[in-house]
Write a protein that binds this ligand. Structure first.
Ligand SMILES: [Zn+2]
Length: 170
């Protein structure tokens, strides 16, 4: 999939497609070393930037390295994430035109920091954290949304310095 990384209106660098993407396409894999949640906490405790993505097992996180880590959050995204056999894919929620920035809803959880959202969507909820109803339902531990919550990306990085360049590059 021809994707490019360039500066984004939403935050820092973003990921853009140069060709049309059909709804339902697995666009790009969220790649990187698999580490435990505890290792992630240890490594990034003092770090302003993390690209950790929590897997559905609740224990493993992907320490993002690659194209997908540049995909920004939006409250009105054109992609979602899907975990298939322990691999995380960014999947198109709708048809996406060339030149569009790819986004998905981070549905953050388990973080200590504020994560204000600057996505600019009409229905922007002002934060990259998961909405309260998802947290509440997740607490019941038996809903589909519990899975979604666990799959949520944990990311403490993208709240600050909108418009600045990303500290990491391809
Ligand atoms: Zn938003």
């Amino acid at each position: 999939m021809p994707l490019i990384i360039r500066s984004s209106e939403i935050h820092a660098a973003g990921c853009y497609t140069t060709t049309p993407i059909i709804k339902g396409t697995l666009v790009v894999e969220y790649t990187g070393p698999r580490i435990t949640k505890e290792q992630g906490d240890e490594i990034y405790d003092d770090s302003a930037v993390t690209y950790l993505f929590g897997l559905g097992d609740g224990r493993t996180v992907i320490d993002g390295h690659g194209t997908a880590m540049f995909i920004n959050h939006s409250c009105d995204p054109n992609c979602e994430t899907e975990e298939i056999d322990g691999r995380v894919w960014i999947k198109a929620l709708r048809a996406i035109k060339p030149g569009e920035e790819l986004t998905y809803d981070y549905l953050l959880y388990d973080g200590d920091d504020d994560a204000p959202c600057y996505c600019g969507a009409q229905k922007c909820r002002g934060t990259m954290y998961a909405p309260p109803e998802i947290e509440t339902e997740a607490a019941k531990a038996n809903s589909k949304r519990e899975r979604k919550k666990k799959n949520a990306r944990r990311n403490n990085s993208r709240r600050s310095r909108p418009g600045s360049t990303s500290p990491l590059s391809e």
